[in-house]
Design a protein around this ligand. Sequence first.
Ligand code: FAD
Ligand code: NAP
Length: 482
Amino acid sequence: MSQTTIPDHLTKRPLRVAIIGAGPAGVYAADLLTKSEPVASGALSLAIDLFDRYPAPYGLIRYGVAPDHPRIKGIVNALHKVLDRGDIRFFGNVDFGTDVDLQALREHYDALIFATGAIRDADLNIPGIGLEGSFGGADFVSWYDGHPDVPREWPLEATEIAVIGNGNVALDVARVLSKHPAELLVTEIPENVHAGLLASPVTDVHVFGRRGPAQVKFTPLELRELSHSHDVDIVLYPEDFEFDEASDAAIKTNNQTKTMVSTLTNWLIEQEEREDRAPASRRLHLHFLHNPVEVLGEDGKVSGIRFERQELDGTGQVRGTGELLDYPVQAVYRAIGYFGSPLPGLEFDANTGVVPNDGGRVLDGDGAHVPGLYTTGWIKRGPVGLIGHTKGDALETITHLLAELGQLPPAATEASIEDHLQARGVAYTTWEGWLKLDEHERALGADAAPVPTAAGPVQRERIKVVDRERMVELSRPLEARA
Ligand SMILES: Cc1cc2nc3c(=O)[nH]c(=O)nc-3n(C[C@H](O)[C@H](O)[C@H](O)COP(=O)(O)OP(=O)(O)OC[C@H]3O[C@@H](n4cnc5c(N)ncnc54)[C@H](O)[C@@H]3O)c2cc1C
Ligand SMILES: NC(=O)c1ccc[n+]([C@@H]2O[C@H](COP(=O)([O-])OP(=O)(O)OC[C@H]3O[C@@H](n4cnc5c(N)ncnc54)[C@H](OP(=O)(O)O)[C@@H]3O)[C@@H](O)[C@H]2O)c1
């Protein structure tokens, strides 16, 4: 870490830092700051406030990670411990841009770190994408994860569904759509989600990748997990197993690619062997070398999807063959990546969906550093990578921040941010409030009827509260209410 010179005023009072976004990137940035050398040695003291637009912390861990991924709990426990220490204040239900703006935050803090992630679907500009029955994967994820700002009802009327994309989100979406909902009941899914999935008549979910099996962006564990769903057959197509020179090289040199190609080819072999057993009631098809060209419609609704068959060009990229392939489906989900949203007062790169920055230092329209403004996580480098990767982002960002203490424009006011929020009528929630909501959700799980499973009855650990007003009501201490 570069040398930190502490300016005189910061020897007399704490460095005031606001972090906007309580997802993993924001929490890691706060944690790393508190553990940094100048703070640990006592040379610098800190006052960190962490803001989020939701009454609950953890960002996509709560509103992105699939409910049947409980192994993520270890990370949640670690983030919980950071926020439970008491040296980082949490302000939930505060939307940057609506409830608080750049000017107010700059007046109250010496440095701001934007860790607002990415919440919406990347666009897919093909004819028919706006038809009824064509959905963004991110919206569906938000629905099944009980996001407070999406409608409670989700139209699950299709028997055949297309999912576009070969990343882990496509796998999550396809798995949740195809899995029998009884298997999801042991998780924290809200009641309305379980009821919606239970009524779904789906029989076939088709996942389409535009490149080959050696070019998928899945990770091995997530791919293998597809085969764990009960009464769902995986279906593959031998003609899709095309490998060019670049694919062969990747299989030889990259363990991850090798594992995934071997998983897929084993499934292809097993599929021939399973012909003598009773077929499952649902199927999950994996297609490769299919580039989407049009969502087909009838009476304004999705009735199919058209692809152009691709072939590998030797470099791992693809070119069109001119052959068109149509599939009858009644719903299309695009899972082709997330996209960041602009932050009022900051520059935004509309091509990549990030806040322009230099190693986490926010840039203005002329490419110059804006003193005191920093960014980290997906809004800094784009919507790719696992939770753990946001730790490296945070380290780079706070290293710059600490090296630039002398250049930070000092906060202009001693007034409290609580007074500012209260004066604006913002019903902010606190860490203590989250602990109450957390306890309430756990109690809902404990009070629910045990779920029968093959291994015996299982008690639900938590049931999420979905409604934002109810979340706030459960979180706000009585004395904080107007
Ligand atoms: C569907 C899905 C499933 C995933 N599953 C896994 C998984 O199983 N394992 C894994 O390792 N990785 C997984 N990932 C990746 C992981 O979620 C990301 O790497 C990580 O969440 C990015 O962290 P972040 O803090 O940058 O963004 P986020 O987690 O999105 O956090 C950003 C936070 O900023 C807040 N915010 C945004 N705008 C504002 C505003 N204007 N005002 C106030 N607050 C704001 C948001 O409410 C949010 O809490 C998944 C990603 C997706 C999309
Ligand atoms: N369980 C987990 O650990 C988990 C779960 C979910 C997400 N995540 C992580 O979160 C990050 C984001 O995941 P993601 O799935 O949203 O993104 P991703 O990994 O970038 O995958 C996007 C997929 O969409 C395809 N695509 C992009 N544009 C397309 C187009 N116009 N037409 C057809 N296909 C198109 C890409 O194909 P090309 O490769 O050809 O561009 C790629 O297969 C990833 O790092 C992922 O690992 C992790």
